[in-house]
Design a protein around this ligand. Sequence first.
Ligand code: UDP
Length: 327
Amino acid sequence: MQHVLVTGGAGYIGSHACKALAQAGYVPVTFDNLVTGWQDAVKFGPFEKGDLLDRARLDAVFARYQPVAVMHFAALSQVGESMAEPGRYWRNNVTGSLNLIEAAVAAGCEQFVFSSTCATYGDQDNVVLDETSEQHPINAYGASKRAIEDILRDFEAAHGLRHVIFRYFNVAGADPDGEVGEFHQPETHLVPLMLDAIEGKRDALTIHGTDYDTPDGTCIRDYVHVCDLVDAHVLGLKWLEGGKGSRVFNLGTGSGFSVREVLDHSREVTNKSVPCVDGPRRPGDCTKLVSGSQRAEDDLGWRPQRSNLRQMITDAWRWHQNGHYDR
Ligand code: UDP
């Protein structure tokens, strides 16, 4: 059986990726420091607790499993926090990734799938963002991810490390079987916060900014279902295994929804109103991020199955009511 090293495999997207990899016949080895991940979410392969800043630990895990590829999800990923604590983001995301990339090269592992973000594009109002769009991140999170993309290009040129970079738009939803789902502590993402507010588990949702240059004044995002997203990662791995060259892919649907539109859909799905209040803008937020690319569909044969907003909120709501992790 072929092992794939999954950093951040105990997190939201990483745990779904482990399930998809196991279903595709690989053994996903989760490497996670459990700072934001949950050991309960590691269900589909072995678990190795460790930190990306610990190079010796990484070397030991590569030696033990000899993975055919790395899927790198582990990162700090909150835009607002990255503006307040940029040092943590640069150290954890960039230095940690550099350690991982160097460990992969040293171990002779030459296939690397990287979780990047549409935040690398920055604020480009009314521009369709495809993979050739310029990258001008406006927050430390996006800047740290763009730096890792640059590192990967240099390591391919010098050491032949082939990579697929996925730039995610907004990920939502949960495994329809309820085995894994989204659970951050603290939570900052719109969909889970909204569902918490509906259930009365927290105070009203604050809408971060109502004076943006959009039809209803709130930010617009392109939401993609986590299961579709991780399916693309398996296809990306197969792309590399097929001997194809390094490639960047956006993962979004091409449809944008404002914060108020997401709230409207939630009301319809749950039949409950969302308590919410208008608030100020959140530092680092872009006005509109919508993917304008067909590349993943054309090149990888990616066919999103569940990425309509109603389905995403339905799956997230089911997980929200039934699923949980213990620490
Ligand atoms: N948002 C909001 N209130 C919240 C959390 C998020 O209005 O409590 C907005 C946020 O400003 C952005 C959108 O919802 O426009 C999605 O934010 P999220 O944090 O889920 O993802 P991001 O776009 O930052 O990756």
